[in-house]
Design a protein around this ligand. Structure first.
Ligand SMILES: NC(=O)c1ccc[n+]([C@@H]2O[C@H](COP(=O)([O-])OP(=O)(O)OC[C@H]3O[C@@H](n4cnc5c(N)ncnc54)[C@H](OP(=O)(O)O)[C@@H]3O)[C@@H](O)[C@H]2O)c1
Length: 345
């Protein structure tokens, strides 16, 4: 690639796909010039793009939260990169930053990203990839969701869906550190073996090969104290049927319902009969506490008490397929796309 070419992924069309789902032809490759920066701006060299199931929310818009990206504008999402030029007094070349920005080689930005959130600095000693994974939206969702809504106590039985994914893998490890017995739900024997092996979960349910309600009942004879849900649909319904009295359901995501909503929940009256709570949370409501979460997760990551699972696709062209692959379970852990070498400090 020549240094004066800025590759971009552009939103070509927002009409395809079912529901909020995306299709490959909604992304278009474009080359432009590297942007100039003005006073108060910096030029960031992107190194990693983050693939997130909520990418569709950027393309199609999400009521009350995100406006749809106009057709022909660059696709946006989580980016980790290095400042390579700066005309902002607080940022210097070599600073490692993350933020929600254009999916391009180079981005001209002020200190706020495209959501109006301050660019986050990746703490010294951590790779740029960790800035998007454990120290970014995924680790933080696990930390705030499990901490503020799970209220895990030693001896609790905690079940995590989407457990071999970016958020689920951290959520389950955090629950174990709080003294819980943790069961992960994931698709396929390889992911289940990762959970009960490297990640230290107590048991795993392969939802593609096993009957989830009966496996939950067998593994949780006294009921589920905390269900941390990334998936929704039938798996959430099975958890509702197996909750313990006073149990807490934490709604982080519902990937099973994004492309087709499904029939709806049948077992919701368990919330009343067993005095359970079901609470949801949204990452962007926690901006004021990002620092607290990054500090805690950074300490745990550095000490080896939590393990980071990365799934890195190489090359700029890999983005659309890597993003869509999340809906087929092709990723294990955090799906990233590495588009360039880290230029370093
Ligand atoms: N609340 C918030 O602020 C917030 C912020 C970010 C993300 N989220 C949500 O959190 C969830 C997890 O996000 P993530 O980034 O960590 O993604 P991820 O878990 O790394 O990737 C998605 C995984 O979902 C599983 N999956 C896909 N389709 C499924 C289906 N129909 N039924 C069951 N499982 C399915 C796949 O794993 P298997 O192989 O196991 O099927 C896939 O690997 C998503 O729902 C996302 O939208 C919420």
């Amino acid at each position: 690639m020549k240094n004066d070419v800025n590759r971009q992924w552009v939103v070509a069309d927002a009409a395809g796909g079912n529901g909020l789902g995306l299709t490959r032809d909604q992304f278009e490759y474009r080359e432009t010039a590297v942007p100039e920066i003005g006073d108060g701006e910096m030029l960031v060299r992107s190194v990693y793009f983050s693939c997130d199931p909520m990418n569709h929310a950027w393309v199609k818009g999400l009521e009350e939260r995100f406006k749809a990206i106009p057709i022909g504008d660059p696709m946006c999402g989580g980016v980790a990169g290095r400042v390579v030029k700066s005309r902002h007094p607080d940022f210097r070349p070599g600073d490692a930053v993350t933020g929600f920005m254009e999916f391009a080689d180079y981005v001209a930005t002020g200190p706020m990203d495209r959501t109006g959130t301050a660019l986050q600095r990746i703490p010294d000693g951590f790779d740029l990839a960790s800035g998007l994974a454990t120290l970014g939206m995924n680790g933080l969702c696990a930390y705030f969701g499990m901490g503020d809504f799970g209220h895990v106590k030693p001896g609790d039985t905690v079940v995590v869906s989407g457990a071999a994914g970016a958020i689920g893998s951290v959520a389950g490890q955090l629950a174990r550190l709080s003294g819980a017995r943790v069961i992960g739900i994931a698709g396929g024997p390889r992911k289940c073996a990762l959970l009960t092996g490297d990640l230290g979960f107590d048991a795993a349910i392969d939802y593609k090969a096993e009957d989830v309600p009966s496996r939950m009942a067998a593994l949780c004879p006294d009921g589920i104290d905390v269900f941390f849900d990334n998936v929704g649909g039938a798996i959430l319904d099975a958890a509702l049927a197996n909750m313990a009295h006073g149990g807490r359901i934490v709604i982080c995501g519902g990937i099973a319902t994004y492309n087709s909503p499904g029939p709806g929940l049948q077992n919701h009256m368990a919330l009343a009969m067993r005095a359970c709570t079901m609470s949801g949370f949204f990452f962007f409501d926690y901006i004021a506490r990002f620092g607290e979460g990054v500090k805690r997760l950074g300490t745990l990551l550095k000490s080896g008490k939590i393990k980071e699972v990365l799934d890195v696709a190489d090359g700029f062209d890999a983005y659309p397929d890597a993003a869509l692959g999340q809906f087929e379970g092709r990723n294990t852990g955090k799906q990233l796309v590495r588009i360039a070498d880290d230029p370093g400090r």
